[in-house]
Design a protein. Structure first.
Length: 162
């Protein structure tokens, strides 16, 4: 049962966008896809989500054109990876805007290192959702890396995984 009304037929582009991107699971699944978690089991573990919930969200994201299913071998039964489509990749500034807003207006756990959104063109962190505040280039997946707040290790280059 849907938790809200369907807004796909509304005149307002914000309402129509929320119809596709407005579910919190959709956004955190996209975050994981941008960082290279493209297989169901890895997504399930990273998100701590029930199989049924993840399956339903991935199906909805596929139907909405945000992801595509790409077969891979590895076992007797067919397996797929989920890859962002152009429409999914175009939502990167939305994720950046949410991360920047959250960093500025919500309290992070004391143990969490801050998330950094870095332009790989100039190597500088940015405070913009869609362009580098230093070199003024667009922050596409090909020009962006993230330092993830909840994980140790090197930054993730989005172009290598998206």
């Amino acid at each position: 049962m849907p938790l809200r009304s369907v807004w796909s037929d509304k005149a307002c582009p914000i309402a129509r966008s929320l119809d596709v991107l407005g579910d919190a699971w959709t956004l955190v699944i996209m975050r994981e896809l941008f960082t290279g978690n493209t297989r169901f089991e890895r997504l399930r573990v990273a998100l701590g989500v029930a199989d049924k919930v993840l399956s339903a969200r991935l199906t909805r994201m596929t139907e909405a054109g945000l992801v595509t299913r790409v077969p891979y071998s590895g076992s007797v039964r067919p397996r797929v990876e989920y890859r962002l489509t152009d429409a999914g990749r175009d939502a990167l500034p939305v994720l950046h805007a949410l991360a920047l807003w959250g960093a500025a207006h919500t309290a992070a756990p004391e143990w969490a290192r801050p998330m950094a959104i870095t332009c790989t063109g100039c190597g500088c962190p940015t405070r913009s959702a869609d362009w580098c505040t230093t070199c003024e280039q667009s922050l596409t997946a090909e020009r962006t890396e993230w330092t993830r707040p909840g994980a140790d290790g090197p930054p993730v280059r989005l172009a290598e995984v998206a």
